[in-house]
Design a protein around this ligand. Structure first.
Ligand SMILES: NC(=O)C1=CN([C@@H]2O[C@H](COP(=O)(O)OP(=O)(O)OC[C@H]3O[C@@H](n4cnc5c(N)ncnc54)[C@H](O)[C@@H]3O)[C@@H](O)[C@H]2O)C=CC1
Ligand SMILES: CC(=O)C(=O)O
Length: 350
């Protein structure tokens, strides 16, 4: 199924046309060693994996995209469908196989394979099924791309990021979960909608579990650089804590609502994962709420728990965790979220 480089230059009937259409220039120097070839692999060509792949393609983030899935026919169909958009996209080699050798030499491997929730089901309910799949997914990725950065998207994303870290043997800076980067976008959208401003001007984060115990950082929200809660206090504008709780609840309920309406979520996570891929591969050193090894930060001491904290991302993966001022209540909620995840992790025996 993999489209090899030579096959791509063969015309109809297997005729090699490359030297007929183009007379090669003699004595060319080899490409500059500073120009890197960027390869991203996406494991799981379902709703989420394909939304991620297509966003990466349209944003010109990779020279090569490798897709892996357990269903060969669906996988080939998805590969061909994307390849057929070549005339409208930046030039990117798209290959696909059920065999992990197709991922060899990846800079970034994004894992979105596995079971997804049905309406009303929690993310944590997927754990046993997806841990079993990860045992067959993570070791071959690590074998073929020992220097890659692993980005986990499959749910429950925090615990599966821990599982991927354990199964890969990679240092923790090279294993990251998409975490609450998506929840934070939903949060920013709802606040922006409330204030009728652009969501990109709303600085707001959700941290902790990507799921029901997530923590909204109200104390550090700003809009266009103006800290919102202290602005309201200074102006003596009253606000109800319930209103704030209501917005956070709407974020938590977002995925359940979309799943009950269309069966799955895909577009927002596609953009979220591509946004993280850009920060990592282009060494943007941007801060994202993503799932990282949280031990030692914000008083979290629940073993090797992974959950979302504001992390600095660059070409080396997770470069650091930002020290945001949390209120006592926010810190308490974060620790509770850590305990929820830690309890699940400890049952895995990894
Ligand atoms: N972290 C986040 O923010 C989000 C996570 N998700 C999660 O992403 C995952 C995928 O969701 P969808 O794409 O909607 O599901 P889907 O059912 O459309 O796709 C899953 C794909 O995984 C493939 N697969 C299953 N086992 C495999 C294996 N061993 N090796 C390779 N491929 C395998 C299936 O063939 C299928 O194509 C779910 O766990 C879902 O909960 C979904 C949305 C957001
Ligand atoms: C499904 C999921 O995790 C989400 O859309 O947030």
């Amino acid at each position: 199924m993999q489209k090899s480089a030579s096959a791509s230059s063969l015309g109809p009937g297997g005729l090699d046309l490359s030297n007929i259409f183009f007379k090669p220039i003699q004595n060319t120097s080899p490409p500059s060693p500073t120009k890197r070839h960027t390869k991203i692999s996406v494991i799981g060509a379902g709703n989420v994996g394909m939304a991620i792949a297509q966003t990466i393609l349209t944003q010109d983030l990779a020279d090569e995209i490798a897709l892996v899935d357990a269903q060969p026919a669906k996988l080939r169909g998805e590969m061909l469908d994307l390849q057929h958009a070549a005339a409208f996209l930046p030039r990117t080699k798209i290959i696909a196989s059920t065999d992990y050798s197709v991922t060899v030499g990846s800079d970034l491997c994004i894992v979105s394979a596995g079971a997804r929730q049905i309406a009303g089901e929690s993310r944590l309910n997927l754990l046993q099924r997806n841990v079993a799949l990860f045992r067959g997914i993570i070791p071959p990725i690590a074998k073929y791309s020992p220097g890659t950065i692993l980005m986990i998207v499959s749910n429950p994303v925090d615990v599966l990021t821990y599982v991927a870290w354990k199964l890969s043997g990679f240092p923790s800076n090279r294993v990251v979960g998409s975490g609450t980067n998506l929840d934070s976008s939903r949060f920013r959208f709802l606040i922006a909608d409330h204030l009728d401003v652009n969501a990109q001007d709303v600085q707001a984060s959700i941290i902790g579990e990507h799921g029901d115990s997530s923590v909204a950082l109200w104390s550090s929200i700003s809009v266009g650089g103006v800290p919102v809660l202290s602005f309201l206090d200074k102006q003596q504008i009253p606000y109800e804590k319930e209103t704030l709780e209501g917005i956070h609840k709407a974020v938590v309920d977002s995925a359940y609502e979309v799943i009950s309406l269309k069966g799955y979520t895909s577009w927002a996570i596609g953009y979220s994962a591509a946004n993280l891929a850009r920060s990592i591969l282009r060494d943007q050193r941007k801060i994202h709420p993503v799932s990282v090894l949280a031990k030692g930060f914000y008083g979290i001491d629940d073993g090797d728990v992974f959950l979302s904290l504001p992390a600095l991302l660059g070409r080396g993966g997770v470069l650091g965790v930002t020290n945001v001022n949390l209120t006592d209540e926010e810190e308490q909620r974060l620790r509770k979220s850590a305990q929820t995840i830690s309890k699940l992790q400890s049952q895995l025996g990894l």
